[in-house]
Ligand binder design. Sequence first.
Ligand SMILES: *Cc1c(COP(=O)(O)O)cnc(C)c1O
Length: 408
Amino acid sequence: MPEDLPNSYMTGPDEAGRFGIFGGRFVSETLMPLILELEERYEFAKTDPSFWAEMQDLWTHYVGRPSPLYHAERLTQHLGGAKIYMKRDELNHTGAHKINNVLGQIILARRMGKTRIIAETGAGQHGVATATVCAKFGLKCVVYMGAHDVERQAPNVFRMKLLGAEVIPVTSGRGTLKDAMNDALRDWVTNVRDTFYCIGTVAGPHPYPAMVRDFQSIIGKEAKAQMQEREGRLPDTIIAAIGGGSNAMGLFFPFLDDPSVNIIGVEAGGKGVDDRMEHCASLTGGRPGVLHGNRTYLLQDADGQILEGYSISAGLDYPGIGPEHSWLHEVGRATYVSITDAEALEAFQLCCQLEGIIPALEPAHALAHVMKIAPALPADHLIVMNMCGRGDKDIFTVARHLGFDMKI
Ligand SMILES: *Cc1c(COP(=O)(O)O)cnc(C)c1O
C-alpha cells in the first residue's frame, strides 16, 4: 500500500469536500452561496443531539428501524459455504433504504426554514420517498423526472401524485436521471429563498456525498451491533449493490477502519462490461470526469460525453458513482465487481424460492455476487449483504424477462 494512506478511512472528505482527488464542488458562482449555507447548517446539525433525537424518533416510529439482521439459512445451505446474513432494509417504510436519507435532509430543511422541497428521481424510488416525507410534514414537493422515465415508471409517478407531489417531466438532454438532476440544480438556483434540494444518493457537490453517507450509515451501525450480538464478532465480508452508491456507503462506512472486514461493491454489468457500453459499471467500465458538481468515475465516450448506460434495474442506471467510492477503489480499501442482468435475474428467483423474500433487482445484483463467492468460503466466514429494497416494483420487469404474460 502507498505510504501516504491515512491512518483512518473515516476522516474524509477534506475541507474542500474531496476524497483524495475525487468529490469537491464544481458549481457555478450562483450555486456556491447555497451550497455553503447548506454545509454550515449541516455541520451545526450534525453535532446537535436534538437533531439526532428527532431522526431516531422517526426512524423508530415512522420508518420501522432497526431493520433486522437475518440469517438466510436455506440460501446458506444451498450454496454450501459461508454463513449468509441479510440486512433487511427492504422492510423500511416505502420499501427501500432511500427514506433513511430523505428524513435527514428534510429535518434539516425544516430547521433551515425551507418550505419547498425539490428532488430528482430516475426509477422513482427517491421521488416516492421524498414525496412521502413531504406529505408527512406538509411541505410542497416538486420532483424532476426524465420524460423517458415518467413513461417507463408510471406506478411511481402515480404514487408521487397521490402523495401530493408535482412531477415535472424533463425533456432536456435524453430525458433521463442525469438530465433531471441538472434541471433540479437549475431550479434550486432560481428559487433560493424557500427551496431545499434533497439529493437521492451520495453524489452532487460537497457536502451532499458526505451528508447522505452520514444519514445512510445507520445501516452499517446497526449491522455491526447486530452481528456482535448474534456472532460476538465482526462480519468477514460485507456486500452491497451500487447505483450512485448510497446504500453501499451506508453499510460500508462504519466498517472502513476494521481491516479484517472485506468490502465489496457490486455494479450493474447489464449485458456485459465491454465496448458496447450496455452496462452501468462506472468504476469497472468508466473513467474519471466531472458531473453534477463532483469529480468521480463516469461512463463516458472518447470525447468525454456522458453515456446513459443500461441495466435491467432502473435504480442502478446512474452514469456516475459517489466520489467516496472512487477513492475507496483507488486506495484499495474496497473492491468493486460487476454482475450481469442474467446473473441478477437468477439470484432474484433463488431468493424468492429459498428465503420467501422478493428482492428488488438492485440487491439481487449483490446477492448474485454472494452466490459466486460463498461456495468456496469456509462455513465460519460471515457475509452480510444489504437487502436494500423489496421487489414489488420489479415484478413486471422480471415477468417480461421470464416470458410470463401478466395479462394487464
Ligand atoms: C435507488 C436504489 C438503489 C441505488 O441507489 P444507491 O444510492 O446506489 O443505493 C439501489 N437499490 C434500491 C432498492 C434503490 O431503490
